[in-house]
Design a binder for this molecule. Structure first.
Ligand code: MOS
Length: 732
């Protein structure tokens, strides 16, 4: 008994006709109590404690071959059970949707810190001690590590070098123009929970308790890495302490734990240290971006150019899609894009929260601010003047877009009219004060998803799907959707997630989790409503379900009385034509007030507002929390986060949270988030859009634009650390 929907047409608002009234409410996270009381078991905490413990050994060369290891000496050390030197350990982390780990020359080291062996012992201390003692011999080769050196080999994929009209001519003819180059550094997702796996085998069947975002893909990646049938792999990830992209695909600890557990015939736990997370999982690529803007006398764009260089390991398919938002955000007839991938021997580059928009909009939105000043037009007004009627490159309509309302509403709420457009004018003691604005935009995606919903005879329900909750609120919103559709109190719905034994969902990635997995739950419940209607010989639209009571025309009874057995359905959503025919994105506007210290050049964000339109908001509290998180990432990108590579060997210098500075505590001021009322019938049957990445997109540029307004210092190299601000400050 299944319900399937392919999104070929816009969908009516069914949720809006329901009676329970829990969708959209600020329901608190139902996983909260088990997390704060320590009852939620994260991957590293799985098992009985009798597991053997593995510690990864990493390469101390940048490129070359492992020619030998003195593993016998280490095997003789106290507590050591095994030294695993399997060449499969050398596979790079997977990207999460690839279904396969990249094939690599076995034995070949491609970056400094790459896992090359696993030492397994009775205790963590014994394993770590022995791992440090393992002597490895290498045949090292010359390695290229600088993405921006003239000699570095660069790929230019043809599909990403595009041009429409004549940008050079537009630049020449422009009344006002900007031609600026920006850089953004490498970053780390820095999820609170490090990557961890506990592997156990039962004959040919592997169960891996891991910290992963997309288990249906992770299962295939792991099977592929091990050379086994995916049907023999089960992955469990009921609680995940943040991912932000770093857990989209499997990391080396999962493969190592699985190989060791098979070898030893015993469960093995491998937990990455923080430096290992930095060096051996995934980085966000650093970028260099040239942005050109051409405008007429009214500030209307006649041309946009966005040319970027990013980096990754040789042969890796992923490259940071920098210009994503530039394609659809602003008007302008003449457009040019270029995309270069520098092939360097640094830690694998992959997706981190809003790959593309997060870094691309740091440059684009900074350039828009430069244009506003060049043209003497208010930066909010400049953006409003350049909102296109339809997608400026392919002519598609926007599925929903309250972009202009976000800018206007945000400006009014923030008190934008009080901003002095002339930089360096406002002082508060030794602080320069300024305000900045930036647009927010992030593509919205629907992915195939399935979910099982069981309506029990006692009028409770259970939702089961392999969808994950990575701290985003999935447990809570899926319960809300089922409760709304089935007319049950929220407490009567239980949700089970993160297990490949459940129906496969989209996983947590690309901000598609809520809309995709949520739609699968919605569809399953729609079918259940049909079943109830059939029992009463009526139409589902005649049913009112509320608090466990069924009302239809002139009868009313309790759901528990009506049901004589459990009803089970699977809902199945698939993207369809609406993905092709419309341009899908969430939109918004960021406003920041910043204080820059006149003595030290230190920047502090004083307050920030994000106004967003993201379709139906499923849970006011968890959605707002997602946007808070994105804006905090924006503060980090603007002011502090910079993963530094040593140019000699490409190793990561600041591989810990003491020296890689994410914003904490007082780095984060009052953050206000406002959602405008919106429905998107083209997105999915919930009419919702993703919020996980919208909040980061553009956020950092609002801050650097505020620094410019405060001081007249234009920071084009992120982050705006004090050494980059201080030299340009006006004299007192
Ligand atoms: Mo995301 S960067 O798709 O977790």
């Amino acid at each position: 008994m299944n319900q399937h929907l392919k999104m070929d047409r816009p969908q009516d608002d069914v949720i809006g006709t329901m009676a329970q009234g829990v969708i959209g409410t600020a329901a608190p996270r139902r996983d909260g109590p088990v997390k704060v009381t320590g009852q939620a078991r994260y991957a590293a905490e799985t098992g009985t404690g009798a597991e053997a413990v593995g510690v990864l050994v990493r390469a101390t060369i940048t490129k070359g071959r492992v020619t030998g290891m003195d593993s016998d000496a280490v095997r003789a050390m106290p507590g050591v059970l095994s030294v695993i030197t399997d060449k499969r350990l050398l596979r790079n982390p997977a990207q999460g949707t690839a279904n396969a780990a990249p094939v690599q020359d076995p034995g070949q080291v491609a970056y400094f810190g790459q896992p090359i062996a696993l030492v397994v012992a009775e205790t963590f201390e014994q394993a770590r001690h022995a791992a440090q003692g393992l002597k490895v011999r290498y045949a090292a080769e010359e390695a290229v590590t600088d993405p921006f050196a003239d000699t570095t080999e660069v790929e230019r994929p043809e599909a990403k070098q595009t041009e429409q009209g004549d940008l050079d001519a537009a630049m020449t003819a422009a009344e006002f123009s900007v031609d600026s180059t920006y850089t953004t550094p490498a970053q780390n997702s820095a999820a609170m929970e490090p990557h961890a796996s506990v592997a156990e085998w039962d004959g040919d069947r592997l169960t891996l308790h891991g910290s992963y975002q997309m288990v249906k893909y992770n299962r295939n990646e792991l099977a592929d890495s091990l050379g086994i049938d995916p049907a023999n792999v089960r992955i469990r990830a009921p609680y995940v302490g943040g991912g932000f992209g770093s857990k989209l695909g499997i990391a080396p600890e999962a493969v190592a734990a699985a190989i060791a557990a098979r070898d030893l015939g015993r469960a093995v736990r491998v937990v990455m240290s923080r430096p290992q997370v930095f060096e051996a999982t995934m980085r966000r690529s650093g970028t260099r971006q040239r942005v050109r803007l051409a405008a007429d006398a009214d500030g209307r764009l006649t041309g946009i150019g966005h040319e970027a260089r990013v980096s990754n390991l040789p042969d890796e398919a992923f490259s940071e899609p920098v210009t994503m938002a530039t394609h659809f955000l602003y008007a302008g007839k003449n457009r040019k894009y270029a995309h270069e991938i520098a092939r360097v021997h640094r830690t694998c580059a992959g997706s981190m929260r809003a790959p593309g928009e997060a870094v691309g909009m740091l440059a684009l939105e900074n350039a828009m601010d430069e244009l506003a000043h060049a043209a003497g037009i208010d930066p909010v007004e400049l953006r409003l003047r350049n909102i296109p009627d339809v997608h400026p490159e392919n002519g598609k309509d926007y599925s929903s877009r309250r972009f202009a309302d976000c800018l206007r509403d945000g400006a009014a709420r923030f008190g934008w009219s009080a901003r002095n457009p002339k930089p360096g004018q406002v002082r508060d003691g030794e602080w320069f004060i300024g305000m900045g604005v930036a647009s927010a935009a992030r593509g919205n995606i629907l992915q195939e998803s399935q979910a099982r919903v069981i309506l029990h005879a006692d009028a409770t329900a259970t939702v089961e799907t392999d969808m994950t909750d990575i701290g985003t609120g999935t447990y809570t919103i899926l319960a809300q959707i089922a409760a709304e559709m089935l007319g049950l109190p929220l407490d009567s719905v239980s949700v089970r997630l993160g297990d490949t034994d459940f129906p496969p969902a989209a996983g947590s990635g690309g901000s598609w989790g809520a809309g995709s997995a949520g739609s699968a739950v919605f569809l399953a419940c729609q079918k259940l409503r049909q079943s109830l209607a059939d029992m009463l010989d009526t139409d589902p639209s005649e049913l009112t379900l509320r608090d466990g009571t069924v009302t239809s025309s002139n009868t009313q009874q309790s759901l528990a009385d009506l049901l004589s057995e459990d009803l089970t359905t699977i809902g199945h959503i698939e993207p369809g034509e609406t993905s092709e025919t419309m341009q899908h994105a969430g939109f918004g506007a960021h406003f920041a007030e910043v204080a820059v210290n006149a003595v030290t050049g230190e920047s502090r964000v004083r307050r920030m507002l994000g106004v967003f339109s993201a379709g139906r908001i499923l849970n006011e509290q968890t959605a707002r929390s997602q946007c808070h998180g994105g804006m905090i990432f924006g503060i980090g990108a603007a002011l502090t986060e910079d993963m530094v590579h040593d140019h000699r060997d490409g190793h990561i210098v600041n591989h810990n949270l003491a020296e890689y500075h994410i914003p904490v505590n007082l780095d984060i001021p009052q953050l206000d988030v406002v959602f405008l009322e919106e429905r998107d019938a083209w997105a999915n049957p919930l009419q919702s859009k993703g919020v996980g990445e919208l909040g980061i997109s553009g956020a950092g540029a609002a801050i650097t634009n505020a620094i410019y307004n405060a001081t007249g210092v234009r920071v084009r190299d992120y982050p705006a650390t004090l050494d980059r601000v201080l030299p340009g400050l006006p004299d007192d």
